[in-house]
Design a binder for this molecule. Structure first.
Ligand code: FEO
Ligand code: CA
Ligand code: CA
Ligand code: CA
Length: 633
């Protein structure tokens, strides 16, 4: 591929360009990380301390595949083979259709999608956003309302009428901002075909210009005050909404991830603060050009505007007039998703990953308790944020981020969360993506998607990244899934034990730790686990956002894909392969669970796909069903 457009770079690749971490002496590629695959497959007692950790941490997964249990697979579908086709492939007996695509009008007063121009500011504000990601379905009086994140945009298709795919005027900026945010749509199945219910009173677009209330410890703090909002209580918009969450009280959580890439400075002399640098904010944006038409994206004019982004936002999907609420108590970082559990003692627990190399894994515990049928609307306004510390001996604990533990005030902890977590010595992780909690028992999983800097250089805060514990491989290009069990099955407990559910790898290329754990083989291999979601049966759906070159280290792995894992046996089978240059992300089920909805994000991000309609590639949500109409998951 030729030189990529800024927006075509992975976010962390871009961050690396604008904010290169300081190179330090490379950690030695010790026997620790190069432990042989054989060693950890067999329990590895003879391989030394780290081999033992890897052996024991993958024991549950490794053990199960050896014996009769494979024959008793609970994953009752024929595995799909890896491929590099420009289509969606599902197992025999299943089918898929497009539910909604970028640019599809939500209202009948909006024009039909125009691939030649990518639409206008006005048309995009009335249409389904771009790059659909996390999602959740809400049932209400027999109607189904789907909330879908629109993470970011494909510049060359959104601005098909601009030579270099960049916004060049105010309407282009308006369109670009409107392609971001959240699409709330009523959906229905008519004559076997799923689609958007046009003009439903629930249909709503939330964009980078939608007003929302700032709640929690950062509300009204000096660091939140800007020219447009001198009180620091109302933020305009949400963007780069990646993963999501869903609360038992019926709200949608959307998670602001790479919010930094939208800010720039018109003045080369503008001095970036250390906190800006920690979050990857630089003089140059990622090509969105929003500052062209909106001064709040120009750091030299409104340097505090970035402090109002990087949060979890709570949305009431049934009330299109309700203002979204930014929940600053859940911290400011590059949020992936927000997995909500109600602990046995009634406190609400939210697990949160910060997706950047060497950043951390968090847990929020609400101050107040969930009351069935009660008013739970502001449970996420107040509580304690914790960060995870993993020990090599498969134990770990949560460290509370408080003024006492960090020396920072509560608002500062909410705004400069990464700094607070660094101060307490949290464990640097291999890019925590989605967290998923097992509905059948107290057990939580998190994708650590990959980290080429593991064992090579520290994170942006200077914290070292040794290849140990749940992040055991240097230059980790494949990723792994860690899981932990809270002490006493209590999600609010301080302590937990952990192991690795899977280490992704390529056993066709490597025969050491980079081959992956024993539940990875040449038939089911993949790289870069990202989306995670449990179904009602307790099976773990695993989605990938990885290297789809299908060559060298990734030979034989094909396009990005979705697999299903059995938490009890460790068995993993590939269920779906996406079209070219896409990622698979986000999942939800219809109320009767006969349909599963999945996001196909950025097909053809490098210009090499015509999915789904043979023309302009368009991010789309698909609906997957069984041919026999039975439940799926
Ligand atoms: Fe938007 Fe970390 O994925
Ligand atoms: Ca994505
Ligand atoms: Ca992701
Ligand atoms: Ca990812």
């Amino acid at each position: 591929m030729s030189v990529k457009h800024d927006q075509m770079l992975g976010f962390d690749e871009h961050d690396e360009l604008v904010r290169p971490a300081v190179e330090v002496v490379e950690f030695e590629e010790t026997a620790k990380a190069m432990v042989s695959r054989r060693g950890f497959l067999t329990g590895g007692a003879a391989m030394g301390a780290t081999a033992f950790v890897m052996g024991s941490t993958t024991l549950a997964a490794g053990k199960a595949l050896a014996g009769e249990e494979m024959k008793m697979s609970r994953l009752a579908f024929e595995m799909v083979k890896a491929n590099a086709l420009d289509t969606v492939t599902v197992p025999k007996g299943y089918n898929w259709q497009v539910l909604a695509s970028w640019g599809e009008p939500l209202f009948s007063n909006a024009p039909e999608f125009d691939p030649a121009t990518g639409g206008t500011g006005e048309s995009q504000e009335l249409a389904f956003g771009d790059h659909n990601d996390g999602m959740a379905l809400f049932s209400h009086n027999g109607r189904q309302i789907l909330c879908v994140n629109n993470e970011y945009t494909n510049a060359t298709t959104l601005h098909a009428n601009r030579a270099d795919g960049k916004p060049i005027n105010a309407d282009d900026v308006r369109k670009n901002k409107a392609a971001h945010g959240v699409s709330v749509v009523e959906i229905a199945r008519k004559d076997g075909k799923w689609g958007i219910v046009k003009d439903s009173e629930f249909n709503r677009r939330i964009t980078a210009d939608t007003e929302m209330d700032i709640t929690g410890p950062a509300r009204g703090h000096d660091l939140m005050k800007t020219k447009a909002d001198p009180k620091g209580v109302v933020a305009k918009g949400t963007w780069n909404n990646c993963g999501n969450g869903q609360t038992p009280w019926g709200t949608y959580l959307t998670c602001e991830e790479n919010f930094n890439g939208y800010f720039s400075s018109s003045s080369a002399d503008f001095a970036l603060t250390p906190q800006m640098k920690r979050y990857g904010i630089s003089h140059k944006d990622r090509g969105y050009n929003w500052a062209l038409a909106d001064d709040r994206f120009d750091l030299s004019k409104d340097p505090q505007e970035p402090n109002r982004f990087g949060y979890i936002v709570e949305i009431d999907p049934l009330n299109p007039k309700a203002r979204p609420k930014k929940r600053t108590a859940l911290g400011r970082f590059k949020h992936e998703n927000a997995e909500v559990e109600v602990a046995a003692n009634g406190h609400v627990v939210v697990y949160l990953g910060d997706d950047e190399r060497g950043e951390f894994l968090y847990r929020f515990v609400s101050k107040n308790k969930y009351v069935v049928g009660g008013d739970n609307t502001d449970l996420l306004e107040e509580g304690t944020l914790y960060v995870a510390k993993f020990n090599e001996n498969n134990t770990g604990h949560w460290i509370a981020l408080t003024p006492e533990s960090t020396g920072m005030s509560a608002p500062e902890i909410a705004i400069y969360t990464r700094e607070a977590a660094s101060k307490v010595g949290a464990t640097t992780m291999d890019r925590p993506e989605w967290v998923a909690s097992n509905p059948n028992k107290a057990e939580v999983y998190c994708s650590l998607t990959n980290n080429k800097n593991r064992g090579v250089k520290p994170n942006a805060g200077g914290d070292e990244t040794p290849a140990v514990g749940p992040n055991p491989r240097v230059k980790n290009n494949y990723g792994q899934i860690v899981r932990w069990v809270p002490a006493n099955q209590d999600h609010t407990a301080e302590k937990f034990t952990w192991d690795l559910f899977v280490l992704a790898g390529n056993p066709a290329v490597y025969d050491d730790a980079y081959a992956g754990s024993k539940n990875v083989n040449k038939d089911n291999m993949f790289n870069s686990p990202d989306g995670l979601k449990f179904d009602k049966k307790g099976m773990l759906w695993i989605q990938t956002d990885g290297n789809y070159s299908n060559e060298k280290d990734f030979a034989g792995q094909g396009n990005n894909q979705m697999l299903v894992g059995d938490p009890e046996t460790g068995e993993i089978k590939r269920f779906l392969v996406g079209p070219k240059e896409c990622e698979i992300t986000g999942a939800a089920w219809s109320a009767d669970r006969t349909t599963m909805f999945v996001s196909i994000q950025h097909p053809g991000e490098g210009g090499n796909s015509n999915w789904p309609n043979g023309g302009t590639p368009r991010s789309s949500v698909i609906a997957i069903s069984r041919d026999d109409g039975q439940m799926i998951g």
